[in-house]
Design a protein around this ligand. Sequence first.
Ligand code: NDP
Length: 275
Amino acid sequence: MSTKVAVVTGSNKGIGLAIVKALCQQFQGVVYLTSRDIGRGKETMDTLVSEGLKPMFHQLDINDLSSITAAAKYFKEKYGGVDILVNNAGIAFKGADTTPFAIQAEVTLKTNFFATRDMLTHFLPLIKSGGRVVNVSSFVGSRALNQCSPALQERFRSEDLSEEELAGLMERFVKETQKDEHKQGGWPETAYGVSKTGVTALSMILARRLSKERPGDKILLNACCPGWVRTDMAGTKAPKSPEEGAETPVYLALLPPDATQPHGRFVSDKEVQPW
Ligand code: NDP
Protein backbone atom coordinates (compact mmCIF):
# COMPACT_ATOMS: atom_id res chain seq x y z
CA MET A 1 0.00 0.00 0.00
CA SER A 2 1.28 3.50 -0.80
CA THR A 3 2.30 5.84 2.00
CA LYS A 4 -0.48 8.12 3.20
CA VAL A 5 0.32 11.80 3.59
CA ALA A 6 -1.17 14.75 5.47
CA VAL A 7 -0.31 18.41 4.84
CA VAL A 8 -1.09 21.27 7.25
CA THR A 9 -0.57 24.88 6.16
CA GLY A 10 0.73 27.52 8.59
CA SER A 11 1.77 24.87 11.09
CA ASN A 12 4.94 26.31 12.64
CA LYS A 13 2.87 27.59 15.57
CA GLY A 14 -0.61 27.97 17.04
CA ILE A 15 -3.51 25.74 16.01
CA GLY A 16 -1.70 24.43 12.93
CA LEU A 17 1.16 23.14 15.07
CA ALA A 18 -1.32 21.46 17.45
CA ILE A 19 -2.99 19.82 14.41
CA VAL A 20 0.38 18.49 13.24
CA LYS A 21 1.13 17.08 16.72
CA ALA A 22 -2.28 15.38 16.95
CA LEU A 23 -1.96 13.93 13.44
CA CYS A 24 1.55 12.62 14.24
CA GLN A 25 -0.05 10.68 17.09
CA GLN A 26 -3.28 9.58 15.38
CA PHE A 27 -2.75 9.36 11.60
CA GLN A 28 -1.26 6.25 10.01
CA GLY A 29 0.95 8.10 7.56
CA VAL A 30 3.46 10.90 7.04
CA VAL A 31 2.53 14.32 8.44
CA TYR A 32 3.95 17.46 6.85
CA LEU A 33 4.52 20.56 8.94
CA THR A 34 4.68 23.47 6.50
CA SER A 35 5.61 27.11 7.02
CA ARG A 36 6.24 30.15 4.86
CA ASP A 37 9.51 30.84 6.67
CA ILE A 38 11.97 27.95 6.55
CA GLY A 39 13.80 29.11 9.73
CA ARG A 40 10.60 29.25 11.82
CA GLY A 41 9.49 25.90 10.42
CA LYS A 42 12.78 24.15 11.13
CA GLU A 43 12.90 25.55 14.66
CA THR A 44 9.48 24.05 15.36
CA MET A 45 10.55 20.79 13.70
CA ASP A 46 13.50 20.56 16.12
CA THR A 47 11.15 20.95 19.09
CA LEU A 48 8.80 18.25 17.79
CA VAL A 49 11.65 15.84 17.12
CA SER A 50 12.95 16.44 20.67
CA GLU A 51 9.45 15.47 21.88
CA GLY A 52 9.73 12.18 20.00
CA LEU A 53 7.43 13.12 17.11
CA LYS A 54 8.48 12.53 13.51
CA PRO A 55 6.83 15.03 11.13
CA MET A 56 8.35 15.97 7.79
CA PHE A 57 8.85 19.56 6.58
CA HIS A 58 8.10 21.47 3.40
CA GLN A 59 8.19 25.22 2.78
CA LEU A 60 4.77 26.60 1.81
CA ASP A 61 3.77 30.26 1.60
CA ILE A 62 0.15 30.33 0.50
CA ASN A 63 0.54 33.93 -0.71
CA ASP A 64 3.20 32.82 -3.18
CA LEU A 65 1.82 30.93 -6.18
CA SER A 66 5.26 29.51 -7.07
CA SER A 67 5.57 28.12 -3.53
CA ILE A 68 2.12 26.48 -3.84
CA THR A 69 2.88 24.95 -7.24
CA ALA A 70 6.34 23.73 -6.11
CA ALA A 71 4.78 22.02 -3.08
CA ALA A 72 1.98 20.51 -5.18
CA LYS A 73 4.57 19.13 -7.63
CA TYR A 74 6.59 17.68 -4.74
CA PHE A 75 3.61 15.85 -3.20
CA LYS A 76 2.43 14.60 -6.59
CA GLU A 77 5.87 13.23 -7.51
CA LYS A 78 6.80 11.81 -4.10
CA TYR A 79 3.45 10.38 -2.97
CA GLY A 80 1.16 10.51 -6.02
CA GLY A 81 -1.04 13.02 -4.19
CA VAL A 82 -2.25 13.96 -0.72
CA ASP A 83 -4.66 12.15 1.63
CA ILE A 84 -5.34 14.93 4.14
CA LEU A 85 -5.08 18.67 3.51
CA VAL A 86 -5.71 21.13 6.35
CA ASN A 87 -5.86 24.74 5.15
CA ASN A 88 -5.07 26.38 8.47
CA ALA A 89 -2.84 29.35 7.53
CA GLY A 90 -4.53 32.65 8.21
CA ILE A 91 -3.97 36.19 9.45
CA ALA A 92 -5.88 38.79 11.47
CA PHE A 93 -5.11 42.41 12.26
CA LYS A 94 -5.30 43.18 15.98
CA GLY A 95 -8.33 45.17 17.11
CA ALA A 96 -6.12 48.11 18.10
CA ASP A 97 -4.28 48.19 14.75
CA THR A 98 -4.62 51.62 13.11
CA THR A 99 -3.94 50.44 9.54
CA PRO A 100 -6.73 51.91 7.35
CA PHE A 101 -9.68 49.56 6.98
CA ALA A 102 -9.32 49.36 3.19
CA ILE A 103 -5.73 48.08 3.55
CA GLN A 104 -6.78 45.63 6.26
CA ALA A 105 -9.51 44.38 3.94
CA GLU A 106 -7.16 43.89 0.99
CA VAL A 107 -4.41 42.20 3.02
CA THR A 108 -6.75 39.99 5.05
CA LEU A 109 -8.75 38.77 2.05
CA LYS A 110 -5.54 38.19 0.08
CA THR A 111 -4.34 35.54 2.55
CA ASN A 112 -7.48 34.17 4.16
CA PHE A 113 -9.66 33.95 1.06
CA PHE A 114 -7.69 34.30 -2.17
CA ALA A 115 -4.55 32.40 -1.09
CA THR A 116 -6.64 29.62 0.50
CA ARG A 117 -8.53 29.45 -2.80
CA ASP A 118 -5.19 29.17 -4.67
CA MET A 119 -4.22 26.28 -2.38
CA LEU A 120 -7.47 24.52 -3.16
CA THR A 121 -7.15 25.15 -6.89
CA HIS A 122 -3.74 23.46 -6.97
CA PHE A 123 -4.21 20.78 -4.29
CA LEU A 124 -7.78 19.56 -4.83
CA PRO A 125 -6.78 17.68 -8.02
CA LEU A 126 -4.10 15.94 -5.89
CA ILE A 127 -6.47 14.75 -3.17
CA LYS A 128 -6.62 10.99 -3.32
CA SER A 129 -9.69 8.81 -3.22
CA GLY A 130 -11.01 8.76 0.36
CA GLY A 131 -9.18 12.02 1.10
CA ARG A 132 -10.18 14.66 3.63
CA VAL A 133 -9.94 18.43 3.19
CA VAL A 134 -10.41 20.76 6.15
CA ASN A 135 -10.57 24.53 5.77
CA VAL A 136 -10.07 26.37 9.05
CA SER A 137 -12.65 29.14 8.94
CA SER A 138 -14.26 30.84 11.96
CA PHE A 139 -17.55 31.43 13.74
CA VAL A 140 -16.74 35.10 13.03
CA GLY A 141 -17.44 34.31 9.36
CA SER A 142 -20.95 33.11 10.27
CA ARG A 143 -21.52 36.21 12.38
CA ALA A 144 -20.35 38.42 9.50
CA LEU A 145 -22.75 36.59 7.17
CA ASN A 146 -25.65 37.41 9.48
CA GLN A 147 -24.57 41.08 9.43
CA CYS A 148 -24.59 41.24 5.60
CA SER A 149 -27.54 42.70 3.67
CA PRO A 150 -30.38 40.24 2.93
CA ALA A 151 -29.30 40.22 -0.74
CA LEU A 152 -25.72 39.23 0.12
CA GLN A 153 -26.89 36.65 2.65
CA GLU A 154 -29.08 35.10 -0.02
CA ARG A 155 -26.11 34.78 -2.40
CA PHE A 156 -23.72 33.35 0.23
CA ARG A 157 -26.30 30.76 1.23
CA SER A 158 -27.40 29.92 -2.31
CA GLU A 159 -26.68 26.42 -3.62
CA ASP A 160 -26.08 27.90 -7.08
CA LEU A 161 -23.34 30.31 -5.90
CA SER A 162 -20.33 29.62 -8.15
CA GLU A 163 -16.67 29.95 -7.21
CA GLU A 164 -16.34 32.80 -9.72
CA GLU A 165 -19.32 34.70 -8.33
CA LEU A 166 -17.98 34.23 -4.77
CA ALA A 167 -14.52 35.51 -5.77
CA GLY A 168 -16.26 38.46 -7.45
CA LEU A 169 -18.14 39.25 -4.24
CA MET A 170 -14.90 39.14 -2.23
CA GLU A 171 -13.26 41.49 -4.76
CA ARG A 172 -16.29 43.78 -4.59
CA PHE A 173 -15.95 44.00 -0.79
CA VAL A 174 -12.29 45.05 -1.08
CA LYS A 175 -13.08 47.64 -3.81
CA GLU A 176 -15.99 49.07 -1.82
CA THR A 177 -13.82 49.49 1.31
CA GLN A 178 -11.41 51.54 -0.84
CA LYS A 179 -14.24 53.97 -1.66
CA ASP A 180 -15.67 53.69 1.85
CA GLU A 181 -18.85 52.37 0.27
CA HIS A 182 -18.90 48.91 1.83
CA LYS A 183 -21.64 49.77 4.30
CA GLN A 184 -23.96 50.93 1.50
CA GLY A 185 -22.89 47.78 -0.35
CA GLY A 186 -24.39 45.68 2.44
CA TRP A 187 -21.14 44.55 4.10
CA PRO A 188 -20.30 44.43 7.81
CA GLU A 189 -17.35 46.33 9.32
CA THR A 190 -15.09 43.28 9.60
CA ALA A 191 -12.48 42.28 7.03
CA TYR A 192 -11.54 39.13 8.94
CA GLY A 193 -15.21 38.15 9.25
CA VAL A 194 -15.89 38.64 5.53
CA SER A 195 -12.73 36.68 4.63
CA LYS A 196 -14.00 33.74 6.70
CA THR A 197 -17.53 34.04 5.28
CA GLY A 198 -15.75 33.53 1.96
CA VAL A 199 -13.77 30.51 3.22
CA THR A 200 -16.92 28.77 4.48
CA ALA A 201 -18.91 29.55 1.32
CA LEU A 202 -16.00 28.36 -0.85
CA SER A 203 -15.85 25.10 1.09
CA MET A 204 -19.54 24.49 0.38
CA ILE A 205 -19.08 25.20 -3.35
CA LEU A 206 -16.05 22.91 -3.68
CA ALA A 207 -17.72 20.09 -1.73
CA ARG A 208 -20.68 20.24 -4.13
CA ARG A 209 -18.25 20.14 -7.05
CA LEU A 210 -16.42 17.10 -5.64
CA SER A 211 -19.73 15.27 -5.18
CA LYS A 212 -20.67 16.04 -8.76
CA GLU A 213 -17.34 15.48 -10.51
CA ARG A 214 -15.69 12.77 -8.38
CA PRO A 215 -18.54 10.96 -6.62
CA GLY A 216 -16.71 7.64 -6.53
CA ASP A 217 -13.73 9.13 -4.67
CA LYS A 218 -15.75 9.77 -1.51
CA ILE A 219 -13.63 12.79 -0.54
CA LEU A 220 -15.06 14.77 2.39
CA LEU A 221 -14.39 18.53 2.42
CA ASN A 222 -15.55 20.78 5.26
CA ALA A 223 -14.99 24.18 6.85
CA CYS A 224 -14.68 24.45 10.61
CA CYS A 225 -14.17 26.73 13.56
CA PRO A 226 -11.52 25.71 16.08
CA GLY A 227 -13.20 27.81 18.79
CA TRP A 228 -11.58 30.78 20.51
CA VAL A 229 -8.02 29.60 21.05
CA ARG A 230 -4.99 30.97 22.94
CA THR A 231 -2.53 31.73 20.11
CA ASP A 232 -0.54 34.73 18.89
CA MET A 233 -3.60 35.61 16.81
CA ALA A 234 -6.26 35.50 19.52
CA GLY A 235 -4.24 36.33 22.63
CA THR A 236 -4.00 34.89 26.11
CA LYS A 237 -7.59 35.42 27.27
CA ALA A 238 -9.11 32.82 24.93
CA PRO A 239 -10.57 29.82 26.76
CA LYS A 240 -9.20 26.99 24.59
CA SER A 241 -5.65 25.66 24.42
CA PRO A 242 -4.19 25.06 20.92
CA GLU A 243 -4.65 21.31 21.55
CA GLU A 244 -8.36 21.85 22.24
CA GLY A 245 -8.58 24.11 19.17
CA ALA A 246 -7.11 21.30 17.05
CA GLU A 247 -9.82 18.82 18.08
CA THR A 248 -12.48 19.70 15.48
CA PRO A 249 -10.05 20.11 12.52
CA VAL A 250 -8.42 16.76 13.45
CA TYR A 251 -11.83 15.08 13.83
CA LEU A 252 -12.71 16.22 10.29
CA ALA A 253 -9.29 15.20 8.93
CA LEU A 254 -9.69 11.70 10.38
CA LEU A 255 -13.33 11.00 9.50
CA PRO A 256 -13.41 7.20 9.05
CA PRO A 257 -13.16 5.68 5.55
CA ASP A 258 -16.85 4.68 5.46
CA ALA A 259 -18.11 8.14 6.53
CA THR A 260 -20.33 9.99 4.04
CA GLN A 261 -20.81 13.14 6.13
CA PRO A 262 -20.25 15.81 7.18
CA HIS A 263 -19.41 17.09 3.72
CA GLY A 264 -19.68 20.71 2.56
CA ARG A 265 -20.61 21.83 6.06
CA PHE A 266 -19.42 24.32 8.65
CA VAL A 267 -18.48 22.39 11.78
CA SER A 268 -17.72 23.62 15.29
CA ASP A 269 -17.17 21.49 18.42
CA LYS A 270 -17.53 18.47 16.09
CA GLU A 271 -21.14 19.49 15.32
CA VAL A 272 -22.55 20.76 12.01
CA GLN A 273 -23.61 24.39 12.45
CA PRO A 274 -26.35 26.31 10.65
CA TRP A 275 -25.22 28.51 7.75
P1 NDP B 1 -1.43 32.11 14.59
O1 NDP B 1 -1.25 33.53 14.24
O2 NDP B 1 -0.95 31.60 15.89
O3 NDP B 1 -0.82 31.17 13.45
C1 NDP B 1 -1.10 31.44 12.10
C2 NDP B 1 -0.21 30.55 11.25
O4 NDP B 1 -0.50 30.84 9.87
C3 NDP B 1 1.27 30.84 11.47
O5 NDP B 1 1.99 29.63 11.35
C4 NDP B 1 1.60 31.75 10.30
O6 NDP B 1 2.95 31.72 9.92
C5 NDP B 1 0.74 31.11 9.23
N1 NDP B 1 0.58 31.94 8.04
C6 NDP B 1 0.13 33.21 7.93
N2 NDP B 1 0.19 33.61 6.66
C7 NDP B 1 0.71 32.59 5.94
C8 NDP B 1 1.03 32.38 4.58
N3 NDP B 1 0.88 33.35 3.68
N4 NDP B 1 1.52 31.18 4.20
C9 NDP B 1 1.69 30.19 5.09
N5 NDP B 1 1.46 30.33 6.40
C10 NDP B 1 0.95 31.52 6.81
O7 NDP B 1 -3.00 31.85 14.43
P2 NDP B 1 -3.95 30.67 14.93
O8 NDP B 1 -3.18 29.44 15.15
O9 NDP B 1 -4.80 31.23 15.99
O10 NDP B 1 -4.88 30.52 13.63
C11 NDP B 1 -4.90 29.38 12.79
C12 NDP B 1 -6.17 29.44 11.97
O11 NDP B 1 -7.31 29.37 12.84
C13 NDP B 1 -6.34 30.72 11.17
O12 NDP B 1 -6.91 30.42 9.91
C14 NDP B 1 -7.32 31.52 12.02
O13 NDP B 1 -8.03 32.46 11.25
C15 NDP B 1 -8.20 30.41 12.55
N6 NDP B 1 -8.97 30.75 13.75
C16 NDP B 1 -8.33 31.04 14.92
C17 NDP B 1 -9.05 31.31 16.06
C18 NDP B 1 -8.42 31.58 17.37
O14 NDP B 1 -9.16 31.84 18.35
N7 NDP B 1 -7.10 31.51 17.51
C19 NDP B 1 -10.53 31.34 16.03
C20 NDP B 1 -11.10 30.99 14.76
C21 NDP B 1 -10.34 30.71 13.67
P3 NDP B 1 4.05 32.79 10.50
O15 NDP B 1 4.51 32.24 11.82
O16 NDP B 1 5.11 32.77 9.46
O17 NDP B 1 3.36 34.11 10.64
